[in-house]
Design a protein around this ligand. Structure first.
Ligand code: AHR
Length: 335
């Protein structure tokens, strides 16, 4: 009798699954909590869900690679991926999130341009039952407003930059710092980690810090200002990303100095442009920040929509690169 009821449920749910496209499996009363009703778990696939993604913009080589990784993976998985580019404005990201909520997407992914100001819109998503996955950048919100953060340890990137800088400069340096977007997680984290290490070396001095907004054009402008202000007192640059480093290299050359020699430069990202600069002897090191997060992001999405637990932070695996083997490594770089 129990067996025939189970077969009946099996037929009903198999038909339901076929019509919705979901994969279904049933556990009968033999392995369920309740003795009379079989419990049914519906496993969602990529074809059953819609994902909304609020990207920051296209401010750097890194970001372009990050967007490409997300879009390429979505295509390979045949998943409906609604992508929005906020042109580096928080208000545009908030508009995108609200649109995704109205559209009732299943999951929202976001790289928050800045750390603060997200709580009200994240709460709206939570009330609508839409989970949020933070990708690449952290947001300063209570833990219950996002499922997980997939991305780098920005503070450690800052610490590694300082460790490398200290070795390059033998513990004595007049440093200028090209800061990323103000109030962004990578700018805050990298600045913090760098200072944590530098404070142990009294002759490593940060002369000045200014935001170059993670772009090459602003990095150049800020470096020009530093050079006007401090001239050849500057002998080291800590730049929060490779694009700003490339801008700074141009400014240093235009001022008649040799980047990488007269002024040592430590950068973050490990993008192809940085490898080319290292090969040319103009950049001294780059600390990797991995943008190829597409495959991991979509794995997490599927776990989340199927109710599986995911760690609160999924860190990316990253290295440090120097000029000595840049030529050999460049052809293997995907961004
Ligand atoms: O959030 C990651 C940072 O954003 C990268 O270091 C930078 O290049 C990008 O624009």
């Amino acid at each position: 009798m129990r067996f025939s009821i189970a077969i009946g449920w099996f037929v009903v749910f198999t038909l339901m699954a076929a019509s919705t496209g979901c994969a279904t499996y049933i556990s009968t009363s033999l392995d369920s909590q309740s003795p009379s009703t079989p419990s049914v778990k519906t496993i969602k696939t990529y074809q059953d869900i819609i994902i909304g993604y609020a990207q920051i913009g296209a401010e750097s080589e890194w970001r372009t690679a990050n967007t490409a990784s997300l879009k390429e993976t979505a295509e390979q998985l045949h998943v409906e991926f609604r992508f929005s580019d906020a042109q580096q404005k928080q208000e545009n990201q908030i508009i995108a999130l609200r649109k995704f909520i109205v559209q009732k997407v299943d999951v929202i992914g976001i790289s928050p341009v800045v750390e603060t100001g997200w709580e009200p819109i994240f709460r709206e998503a939570k009330e609508a039952g839409i989970p949020i996955i933070l990708v690449d950048r952290w947001a300063d919100v209570p833990d219950d407003l996002y499922v997980t953060y997939l991305g780098s340890d920005f503070v450690e990137e800052g610490r590694n930059s300082a460790r490398v800088m200290e070795k390059l400069m033998n513990g004595t340096a007049n440093i200028v710092e090209l800061v990323g977007t103000i109030d962004s997680a990578p700018a805050n984290g990298r600045a913090k980690g760098f200072r944590e290490i530098i404070q142990n070396y009294p002759e490593m001095i940060i002369m000045d810090s200014e935001s170059g907004d993670f772009t090459r054009a602003r990095g150049k402008e800020v470096m020009e200002n530093f050079l006007k202000k401090y001239g050849n007192k500057i002998n080291a640059v800590f730049s929060h990303n490779d694009d700003m480093s490339l801008g700074a290299i141009q400014a240093i050359e235009e001022a008649g100095l040799r980047p990488g020699v007269d002024i040592k430069i430590v950068s973050v990202d490990a993008a192809r442009g940085a490898f080319q600069a290292m090969i040319a002897g103009k950049l001294n090191a780059t600390i990797e920040c991995n943008p190829l997060l597409g495959p991991q992001f979509f794995d997490i999405v599927l776990m989340v929509v199927n109710g599986e637990s995911v760690p609160k932070w999924v860190p990316s695996i990253e290295s440090i690169y120097f000029p000595d083997n840049a030529e050999e490594i460049l052809p293997t770089r995907k961004y």
